[in-house]
Design a protein around this ligand. Structure first.
Ligand SMILES: NC(=O)c1ccc[n+]([C@@H]2O[C@H](COP(=O)([O-])OP(=O)(O)OC[C@H]3O[C@@H](n4cnc5c(N)ncnc54)[C@H](O)[C@@H]3O)[C@@H](O)[C@H]2O)c1
Length: 342
């Protein structure tokens, strides 16, 4: 039977990858409604290959617009919401926290309320699912040892992670108070094609090829558990379909790398792919900059629960994933610099 998924933020990095995954890689008959406000972080080019697909509908709109969201629920009767839409860049949240509360907290509340009203007060079908996409950043920062699990206490340190933590709490409350069939996934840092240029890996590649400094915060020793975006999408699909209502699943791949190491890997790949004219390594462009305020030191995930309960684990090797990613951005850059000026 055909199912309809309302996907929010589908023109962003992970949402677009998830939509492509659903529409191109599966044999199931899923219709996708993509609600996205097209902020600076969106790129509809990412979805060009499916833009005219019969199973795909794009709606430009804001998740904080309760009238619009209610109308979408009434018209399209989604079986599930997969909620990606967010302000997602920590640096921006330090400069302008307000929009983070507006989109990440109020926007989530608007979606939850629409789901409650339509799914629980006047149900058409049963078991409609609300899947909230969240981040491991809600757990704060780890020391040199230990891992985040579903039991880790929340301790967000940036306005971004605080707003995501607040949205997680609302989802939790709608499950406990109203019985909304909700699941939350808290994932580690994603990398891959189609990420906005403001994030670490695209910035390193762009600046390297442009002959600019590669900015590394502080001492470069901040550690993240890097997961390929395709692996994140398969995990989301698994939890969406088989996760237990009211549960949280942390997602990661046991791939801890510090920022400086990431920069060295990226430079090494580019040295092979597009050697500098002077024969020097791109590592000579690495430049340390003043640390981000409140910069979390280390994130690491223990993904035992999703592995044991739902049989998911990451399949990309970091070596392969990063090489493909660097090649993708390098090609994008080549194509955009080859375009004649408008
Ligand atoms: N990128 C990561 O490494 C990572 C890791 C874990 C969790 N997450 C979470 O995954 C989700 C997606 O992250 P991403 O990296 O793809 O983000 P992104 O910034 O690339 O994309 C966000 C998308 O949401 C849309 N959007 C923003 N505000 C909106 C609003 N008010 N109404 C409708 N649409 C709006 C934007 O236009 C954009 O298309 C976020 O919820 C983020 O917290 C991201």
């Amino acid at each position: 039977m055909t199912k309809t998924y309302l996907i929010t933020g589908g023109a962003g990095f992970i949402g677009a990858t998830f939509i492509l995954h659903l529409l191109e890689n599966t044999t199931t008959d899923i219709r996708v409604i993509n609600l996205d406000a097209l902020t600076y972080a969106a790129n509809l080019e990412n979805l060009r290959s499916v833009a005219n697909a019969p199973r795909y509908t794009f709606i430009k709109g804001n998740i904080t617009d309760a009238a619009l969201v209610g109308q979408i629920f009434d018209t399209h009767k989604p079986d599930a919401v997969v909620h990606f839409a967010a302000e997602s860049h920590v640096d921006n949240s330090i400069k302008n926290p307000n929009i983070f509360v507006e989109t990440n907290v109020v926007g989530t509340q608007v979606l939850l309320e629409a789901a409650r009203t339509v799914w629980l007060d006047k149900p058409v079908t049963k078991n409609n699912r609300f899947h909230h996409i969240s981040t491991n950043e809600v757990y704060g920062s780890l020391g040199e040892t230990g891992y985040f699990t579903e039991e880790t206490a929340y301790a967000p340190n940036s306005p971004y992670s605080a707003s995501k933590a607040a949205s997680d709490m609302l989802v939790r409350a709608y499950f406990h108070t109203f019985g909304l069939n909700a699941v939350i996934t808290n994932c580690s840092n994603n990398y891959g094609a189609r990420q906005h240029g403001e994030k670490l890996i695209p910035t390193l590649i762009r600046n390297a090829l442009a002959g600019k400094p590669l900015p590394i915060y502080g001492d470069g020793k901040n550690i993240r558990d890097w997961l390929h975006v395709t692996d994140h999408c398969t995990a989301i699909e698994r939890v969406l379909e088989n996760g237990k209502a009211g549960e949280t699943y942390v997602i990661g791949s046991n791939n801890e790398q510090d920022n400086l190491t990431i920069a060295h890997y990226v430079c090494g790949i580019l040295d092979g792919l597009k050697p500098r004219a002077d024969g020097l390594s791109y590592t000579t462009q690495i430049s340390f900059v003043e640390d981000r305020r409140g910069h979390d030191r280390r994130y690491a995930i223990d993904a035992t629960k999703i592995r044991e309960h739902l049989g998911w684990q990451a399949s990309y090797s970091f070596e392969q994933g990063l090489a493909e990613t660097v090649a993708w951005y390098a090609l994008q850059q080549e194509q955009s610099s080859a375009k004649p000026a408008a």
